[in-house]
Design a protein around this ligand. Structure first.
Ligand code: ATP
Ligand SMILES: O=c1ccn([C@@H]2O[C@H](COP(=O)(O)O)[C@@H](O)[C@H]2O)c(=O)[nH]1
Length: 235
């Protein structure tokens, strides 16, 4: 097995599923089942989930919200999504624990690298909520940070596109997909599948990224089994 421990980044926006807003229980349960399968394969799983289905500070500030308060709302949105995922995992018998970047017991335990690693070693999924705890960041950057901290073998960016393309595939239908691409080429081509802060942290700390479509059931297992269905971003 190539991966002993992964940091799985889940898209908040994808959680809306067919609904267009909030949390679609079908999508949530799909994610939970895929994550349970990964643990059953012997992989230690840490998870960061976005909040874009509920609130983003940047969009809020364009509507007149204070940016810092808006970002705090966004970070709380990731806690809501994390609790939903925790509930779905528990319902199918998958042990898990929610950690928060900001103290808010009994909602979750205050995050520490050591507690999160211990959880994963005990077969629990560690759900790392609340982003970095700081405004002006994204959950992609939180994933890079936590992935490096927990010494993950890779960051798995499970999103709604099936890899990194020569251009945004949702805007340019002629874009073509990379099987692998180096961090330097991502910069040189100006590709924005993740924000630059997150990309730079991964590059500097030698954390490879696998971008894949998490919204198709079974894909997480396929990527972990070595199937070439996404894009590997490497140093
Ligand atoms: N070169 C590219 N290759 C692939 N996707 C790209 C590229 N450029 C832009 N994108 C866009 O990036 C998006 C995925 O990243 P993004 O972090 O914005 O969303 P997300 O994974 O849904 O996360 P969240 O909702 O948590 O913020 C895709 O939906 C795609 O449209
Ligand atoms: O470290 C962080 C992480 C997130 N935020 C805020 O939360 C929202 C939701 O996260 P997405 O990555 O966009 O899904 C984000 O837009 C920020 O407003 C943050 O401030 N700090």
């Amino acid at each position: 097995m190539k991966y002993n421990r992964i940091l799985l980044k889940l898209s908040g926006e994808s959680l809306t599923g067919e609904k267009g807003y909030g949390i679609d229980e079908v999508r949530l349960n799909d994610y939970a089942r895929q994550i349970k399968e990964a643990v059953q394969m012997g992989v230690q799983v840490g998870i960061v989930i976005g909040g874009g289905n509920i609130f983003r500070g940047l969009s809020g500030s364009q509507k007149g919200f204070d940016r810092v308060k808006g970002d705090q709302m966004g970070m709380l949105a990731t806690v809501i999504n994390s609790l939903a995922l925790s509930s779905a995992l528990t319902a199918i018998g998958q042990k898990n624990r929610v950690y928060t970047s900001i103290r808010m017991e009994p909602v979750g335990e205050l995050y520490s690298k050591w507690k999160a690693i211990e959880s994963m070693q005990n077969g629990e999924v560690a759900i790392l909520s609340g982003g970095t705890g700081n405004p002006f960041f994204t959950t992609d950057t939180a994933s890079a940070l936590r992935g490096i901290e927990i010494e993950a073998d890779a960051m798995f960016k499970g999103t709604r596109v099936d890899g990194v393309y020569t251009a945004d595939p949702e805007k340019d239908p002629s874009a073509t997909k990379f099987d692998t691409i180096s961090f330097d080429e991502v910069y040189d081509r100006g590709l924005r599948v993740m924000d630059l802060t997150a990309t730079t942290m991964c590059k500097q700390n030698n954390l490879p990224i696998v971008v894949f479509d998490m919204d198709t059931y079974g894909n997480l297992k396929k990527v972990l089994s070595g199937d070439n269905i996404g894009t590997l971003v490497h140093v």
